[in-house]
Write a protein that binds this ligand. Structure first.
Ligand SMILES: Cc1cc2nc3c(=O)[nH]c(=O)nc-3n(C[C@H](O)[C@H](O)[C@H](O)COP(=O)(O)OP(=O)(O)OC[C@H]3O[C@@H](n4cnc5c(N)ncnc54)[C@H](O)[C@@H]3O)c2cc1C
Length: 609
């Protein structure tokens, strides 16, 4: 997967242009678009050699077996001595993860930041959005009279203070930003302020004209919201996620362009706070990129019962901000025929059509690197590839800027992987083991392949694919929370037990996915993980049930008996929703476990009392 467009949670499959509108509507083509907040002015002014940090002379630079780019010789000879072992351009989560791991490994490390530490995730992404979603989750619960009554609770009308909610998001971002900054300072990472660019092999310029050298350089410059042509962003009524996270208003009616995970999360926030939402999606179905069965169920729970309508198979070809008493105008054209379909008049529009890499002005031409739709081409070890297809020595790119998997933890994991390599340990990150989550209520999570992807792979490579499913409806903990809506689904190879993908929709799905992602990362097979023990009563038992539901090869086969209630879970079982059989079987399983639990408890109490 080389680009964001191929990713599970990418927002769109539209062709991206490098022409990206910034928040002010100006063309985001020069480094000037970054604001220089001057996080650490002293770092900007002082010479890097003044910074005392850990240094290891034992650092071994891996010699590469690949062909090395000619750029190493055409843009000046590499320096003979270095200011740093590692320079990272961009202090987002990717850069931060790499920097911490680098100092831990004894590398003298500098990180260059042109705006504020924390990048997108901390300041304009994961962190503030999860703060807003924490509020929307509570609002949703408090507003649900039926839900409250089922607990025997009585709550007077729920309300919120918009500024209070916005402050919660902003305060959390500030706190996490400070944590990130302090963690790097404490470990001795030099934080240098200014716009960074690559001057030549192992040479970086930052700020006005500070030049520093390093044995290795990591580019971690992240991404910015992608705004398609024809859409005018004014930051008030036509906004991107950057603006929306400030929650300066809660419009009565907001159109969300793009139904990927960012659009979906904002629909959760806005509808909980009282807005009506209209999704505009270029593809024929909502939530493209999710496993189709999961998006179908998610639509039934997250879209249909809420104040949300949608237009699929259409482009928003022109969006004009509200002005002089006129509403926001959205021109819709058919995605295939390009014919005019409709004109919407709404209070606001949120453009959630994906992210574009921020790689302009990086001096890539100095090392003969040509971006692909703005993304920096890298190999599986994050080593940058030049215009001739050769590796650029000592230059790496991680995170959103390479487009492999545009998620915070992926950026950080790629950074750690690079540090492993430059300190002498080969490491290739398995991107198929990296989980992804959408923090709606309930949550969606996934790791590995979707069912159609797995079937395609199976057909090509000649193996059979099986699917197991289980439900939250039979899980004691979920039922205690009155949150039985949800399924977990595993796609695997019945011949050898390899787990190809796991998808969860339900309470705390984002936390539950890690057992599956670790299993994939470590190559654990279904026949082994199904013997693992899960505490009762926990949501983790949903996965326990899922693994146990898998049928295997002759040695591990569970379904020899046609009357076995597990039969319904075979891949020839079409019904995605929860069958009565499953509820009954799992409920009896739960009571069975409860029985064992009670017996253990009584045994323990007899011993200790
Ligand atoms: C609304 C929203 C919600 C999200 N939610 C999640 C989530 O829940 N989970 C998740 O995993 N991901 C989430 N993401 C995605 C996540 O934020 C990104 O994948 C992640 O931030 C990428 O990290 P990065 O280090 O590659 O880049 P960034 O975080 O974008 O950081 C890049 C940094 O580099 C700096 N920079 C850029 N160019 C230069 C230069 N030339 N010189 C100096 N500094 C420079 C920038 O100022 C920035 O600080 C979300 C994104 C959005 C927009």
């Amino acid at each position: 997967m080389q680009s964001a467009i191929a990713l599970p949670f990418s927002q769109t499959s539209l062709t991206r242009s490098n022409r990206v509108l910034g928040s002010t509507g100006s063309i985001f083509s020069t480094p000037r678009s970054l604001q220089f907040c001057g996080l650490r002015r002293e770092a900007f002014c002082s010479s890097p050699s003044n910074h005392l940090t850990l240094r290891s002379d034992r650092v071994r630079i891996r010699s590469t077996r690949f062909q090395v780019s000619a750029a190493a010789t055409t843009n000046g000879a590499p320096p003979k001595s270095f200011d740093y072992d590692l320079i990272i351009i961009g202090a987002g989560v990717g850069g931060h993860g790499a920097a911490l791991h680098a100092v831990e490994k004894g590398l003298k490390t500098a990180i260059i930041e042109g705006d504020v530490v924390g990048g997108t995730c901390v300041n304009r992404g994961c962190v503030p959005s999860k703060a807003l979603l924490a509020v929307s989750g509570r609002m949703r619960e408090l507003q649900n009279e039926h839900h409250m009554k089922s607990f025997g609770l009585q709550v007077s009308t729920a309300g919120y203070d918009r500024q209070g909610v916005a402050d919660h998001a902003n305060n959390l971002a500030t706190k996490i930003r400070n944590n990130l900054t302090n963690s790097m300072k404490a470990l001795g990472v030099d934080i240098l302020t200014g716009f960074g660019s690559v001057l030549g092999p192992q040479k970086v310029k930052y700020g006005k004209d500070n030049i520093i050298t390093a044995k290795n350089i990591i580019i971690a410059t992240g991404s910015v919201p992608f705004v398609p042509k024809g859409i005018e962003v004014d930051g008030k009524t036509v906004i991107t996620s950057d603006h929306a996270l400030k929650l300066e208003s809660v419009p009565d009616w907001i159109a969300i362009v793009g139904s990927g995970y960012i659009g979906l999360e904002f629909s959760d926030v806005y509808t909980a706070l009282g807005s009506e939402v209209t999704f505009i999606e270029a593809l024929d179905q909502l939530m493209p990129g999710f496993d189709p069965e999961i998006s179908k169920l998610a639509q039934r729970v997250l879209i249909n019962p809420r104040k949300i309508d949608y237009h699929t198979g259409v482009f928003a070809s022109k969006i004009t901000p509200a002005k002089d008493g006129k509403p926001v105008m959205i021109e819709l054209i058919d995605a295939k025929t390009k014919e005019h379909k409709d004109t919407l008049e709404v209070d606001a529009a949120l453009i959630a059509t994906g992210r574009a890499p921020f790689t302009n002005g990086l001096g890539l031409e100095n090392v003969n690197v040509v971006t692909q739709r703005g993304f920096i081409p890298v190999d599986e070890r994050m080593r940058v590839i030049d215009g001739n297809g050769k590796l650029v020595p000592n230059l790496y790119c991680i995170g959103d800027a390479n487009g492999k998997l545009m998620l915070a933890h992926a950026a950080s994991a790629q950074g750690i992987s690079v540090v492993e390599q430059v300190t002498g340990r080969d490491h290739v990150l398995n991107h198929l083991s990296i989980p992804a989550a959408c923090f709606t209520h309930p949550e969606i999570s996934m790791v590995g392949l979707t069912e159609p992807q797995a079937r395609e792979k199976g057909e090509k490579e000649g193996f059979k694919v099986s699917v197991a499913k289980t439900s939250f409806k039979a899980n004691t903990k979920a039922l205690a929370e009155n949150e039985g809506e949800g399924i977990a689904k595993m796609i695997y190879r019945p011949d050898n037990g390899e787990i190809l993908g796991v998808h969860i929709f339900g309470l705390h799905a984002a936390d539950l996915i890690h057992e599956a992602s670790n299993a994939i990362a470590l190559g654990t097979r279904v026949q082994d993980i199904k013997l693992a023990v899960h505490a009762h009563p926990t949501l983790s038992e949903v996965l326990d049930e899922l693994f146990k539901a898998a049928e295997g090869d002759a040695k591990i086969k569970l379904n020899t008996n046609e009357d076995d209630p597990r039969k319904w879970r075979r891949d020839d079982e079409k019904e995605p929703s929860v069958s009565k059989d499953l509820v009954v079987r799992s409920a009896s399983m739960s009571s069975f476990i409860e029985g064992i639990y009670a017996r253990v408890l009584s045994l323990v109490s007899r011993i200790f009392v």
